[in-house]
Design a binder for this molecule. Structure first.
Ligand code: FE2
Length: 329
């Protein structure tokens, strides 16, 4: 197979690792709030299932308070070889996995590169699976060929970030949204790797490039099976005292109904339902001028909250002008 082979559809999000010192809070958030199936928990790490994979969502002790690792399942070894060649052609250094690291992720083995914004991108072909019945509060999560979810990432060099996913993984452009907020225009580009409308969304400020978000990801998304899963999880998280960054609303492009909750590490987690699956034949790239059709209102809306939030974002935005953003390309 040559490098010209189109590997679209052969890659899907497989797992995430969050680094945090707030393990007790993360455990409460994931187990009692989101209601995932806990498979391991000790003073240094947590692991959860959402489907037949032995591990999908891990938290390990560390200072980042961020998603530091994302794992991507590749269809087969031949496809992984194509990816390896593409990385090597671009002088992107590839690291092999240790048995211990693979076991922590619930995969047989993986390779790792340092991806955009310094997030480790790990690639594997075979996951450890289990037929032990799931013990979760929601009835189920949408995974399989769609992968486990998506990331939204803010970037000062969105062209490079998009190129990374397009050149290495043959990601396709699903659509774009532009929205003006407090005088700044935000352009968001949605890339798909498979039938999921997007696995990666990249947001950038138009004109002067700012990145006011502390973490590598602005949010990550998981998709539940039913509307009752969505509403029940919203109620549980609210009852447990977790703040909503945005209450329930709907996006115009993938038609997903979702809410955004603040995780113990400070980035947002979007829980969604009923996102459309892209039919490749006849797909038309849309262009929208609002992120939401309805809803997604911030929970805290007092003038003081707005002022503090804007002040924090403004300070970080100004600092980000002088910071360099890592790109493997
Ligand atoms: Fe999202």
């Amino acid at each position: 197979m040559s490098d010209a082979t189109d590997i679209f559809g052969a890659v899907a999000m497989g797992y995430v690792i969050v680094e945090s010192n707030r393990l007790d809070d993360w455990r409460r958030f994931l187990k009692q709030g989101l209601g995932l199936h806990e498979t391991a928990a000790d003073g240094n790490a947590l692991a959860f299932r959402i489907d037949a994979h032995a591990r999908r969502f891990m938290v390990r002790r560390g200072n980042a308070e961020d998603v530091t690792v994302s794992g991507w399942q590749v269809r087969d070894e031949a496809t992984l070889d194509i990816i390896r060649r593409r990385l090597a052609d671009r002088n992107i250094e590839i690291e092999a996995s240790s048995a211990e690291d693979a076991a922590f992720r619930g995969v047989k083995s993986f390779i790792r590169v340092k991806g955009p914004k310094g997030m480790a991108i790990e690639l594997f072909t075979r996951a450890v699976t289990t037929d032990e019945p799931l013990n979760m509060l929601p009835s189920g999560f949408v995974t399989g060929p769609s992968g486990m979810g998506h990331f939204a990432i803010t970037s000062k060099q969105p062209e490079k970030l998009l190129r990374f996913w397009q050149e290495i993984f043959d990601a396709r452009l699903s659509d774009r949204i532009s929205q003006e907020m407090s005088g700044i225009t935000l352009d968001i580009t949605f890339l798909r790797l498979n039938e999921r409308h997007h696995s990666i969304a990249v947001a950038a400020t138009r004109g002067l490039r700012l990145d006011p978000i502390r973490t590598r990801i602005q949010h990550m998304n998981l998709l539940v099976e039913t509307l009752e899963d969505l509403s029940g999880t919203f109620e549980r998280l609210t009852d447990l005292g977790y703040g909503m960054a945005h209450e329930i609303g709907q996006h115009p492009n993938d038609r997903e109904v979702s809410f955004y909750v603040l995780t113990p590490s400070g980035f947002e987690l979007e829980l969604g339902w009923n996102a459309l699956r892209v039919e490749e034949a006849g797909w038309k790239q849309g262009y929208y001028n609002a992120i939401s059709v309805w809803g997604h209102k911030p929970e805290k809306n007092t003038p003081l909250d707005k002022f503090l939030l804007n002040l924090g974002n403004f300070r970080r935005g100004i600092r980000s002008l002088f910071a360099t953003e890592y790109s493997p390309l």
